[in-house]
Design a protein around this ligand. Structure first.
Ligand code: FAD
Length: 411
């Protein structure tokens, strides 16, 4: 089989793969990105957080993203029964961008990949990574669409394969998530929203009126369409009985159970066949060694409620490439200390908030009528994605601080 020799082989051209490739290429490293599909291709994960704009800027892709006509986003709104609260991401504790976009990932991911390609990155579409050998140097076996094998020899492999989870599967790194298994049913809609008070610049997270474990996202796009989805344990989603059940029916039934959404989306039309993602949370036993590192969703994935996925994916690309450039330049890297631990700091901050969302402590805190403005700014920083900012007490002591706020609200 023909073979290719590079410094770094990257599996997957999603946000983590494209950004990592760009950052490495800018430092003169020989990179190849191996992508199974052709772009544009659908992906879930459409609401970005402002923090990821800093990484997009590092990769010299900010102008392209800003000029693409994506829906502007400046915050998040939450609704439960008659309570409504919103976070304005520009009013936050941590400095850095306070706005971002809501994007159809098919277009967004293609844009990032095209930008990387324009910068000179070699992306091979229609190439699926099938196996890996980790000898002195990693060796990947690919299959192209003609069924032909190719070999890539690299000094290092970055797995940016998202839910493909290529290295966790091939190297037996899969570990069950600490979070219970939840499922999502979602679709794009022509929303036909007429309510003048509806804020298209924010993601709307609505809580089911009778079961706070179930929630919905509504993510407006710039062209009169929205992404809408419902999340819950499989048995909580009415009509989700068999794998071939009518998912449009499940989604519509669930939407109609939340009076606010039912009214807002009274004239909405589903655009595609609704999709189901079951048991989306995932974890791994090892994030990196001196031969490979897992980026984004190929590592740990928690939960979509705070839209943290793409931000974590881009942060992981930024952190891993920094350590990798050092290693390729001949220095010793301690991957646990220099990559896994710092990345997990932010992931663990989000974990605190995800757990507190589902046990309702966080919901009590945000729907409290009289929040302390300084505390709200600190929490807002985390919701804007700045979950690695140690100067924020709600990051450095995320659980204790959040417990204190919850206690105050509940007393
Ligand atoms: P991906 O974007 O998934 O890219 C992986 C790429 O690898 C794909 O293009 C795939 O084709 C390729 N690949 C896979 N296998 C192979 C192989 N064998 N060989 C070659 N290539 C391969 N995140 C947000 O930020 N905001 C949200 O609002 C949000 N909502 C979500 C809602 C739900 C229900 C879920 C489950 C997740 C959500 N996420 C959200 C998370 C988000 O989807 C992911 O975190 C994000 O897409 C991860 O990006 P990535 O670069 O790691 O991988």
């Amino acid at each position: 089989a023909p073979s290719l020799n590079v410094d770094v082989a990257i599996i997957g051209a999603g946000p983590s793969g494209s950004i990592a490739a760009s950052l490495l290429h800018a430092q003169g490293k020989r990179v190849v990105v191996l992508e199974k599909q052709h772009f544009p291709r659908f992906s879930i994960g459409e609401s970005l957080l402002p923090c990821c704009m800093t990484v997009i800027e590092q990769a010299n892709m900010l102008a392209a993203v800003e000029q693409a006509g994506f829906q502007f986003k400046n915050g998040a709104a939450f609704k439960y029964r008659d309570k409504y609260t919103q976070f304005d991401f520009t009013d936050k504790f941590t400095s850095g961008p306070g706005t971002t976009f809501q994007v159809e990932r098919a277009n967004f991911d293609k844009l990032l990949a095209d930008e990387a390609q324009k910068q000179g990155v070699d992306i091979r579409y229609g190439h699926s990574v099938e196996s890996i050998e980790l000898q002195a140097e990693p060796r990947l076996v690919l299959i192209n669409e003609q069924g032909q094998q190719q070999i890539v020899n690299a000094q290092f492999v970055l797995d940016a394969s998202g839910f493909g989870r290529v290295l966790p599967r091939l190297l037996d790194l899969e570990k069950p998530s600490s979070l219970p298994s939840r499922s999502a049913v979602f679709n794009h809609i022509r929303d036909n929203i007429t309510d003048k008070n509806f804020d298209r610049n924010k993601i709307l997270i609505s809580v089911h009126p009778d079961n706070q474990d179930i929630w919905y996202w509504l993510i407006p796009f710039s062209d009169g369409r929205c992404s809408v989805g419902v999340v819950g344990k499989a048995e909580q989603l009415e009509g989700l009985t068999t794998d071939d059940c009518d998912l449009n029916q499940v989604l519509t039934t669930m939407i109609n159970q939340e009076p606010g959404l039912k009214q807002l989306l009274a004239n909405a039309e589903l655009i595609n066949q609704s999709a189901l993602l079951k048991g989306y949370s995932a974890n791994v036993s090892t994030l990196a060694t001196n031969k490979f590192a897992l980026l984004g969703n190929a590592g740990e994935f928690l939960d979509p409620v705070f839209s943290s996925g793409v931000t974590i994916a881009m942060q992981s690309a930024s952190m891993a490439t920094k350590a990798l450039i050092k290693q390729l330049d001949g220095h010793q890297v301690d991957w646990d200390q220099e990559y896994a631990a710092p990345l997990m700091k932010g992931v663990d901050t989000f974990r605190t908030y995800v757990e507190a969302w589902y046990d309702c402590r966080f919901q009590d805190a945000i729907f409290f009528d009289d929040p302390d403005p300084k505390v709200k700014q600190m929490i807002c920083s985390i919701l804007a994605g700045y979950a690695w900012d140690d100067t924020n007490p709600f990051v450095s002591e995320s659980k204790r601080r959040l417990d204190m706020v919850v206690e105050l609200c509940r007393s």
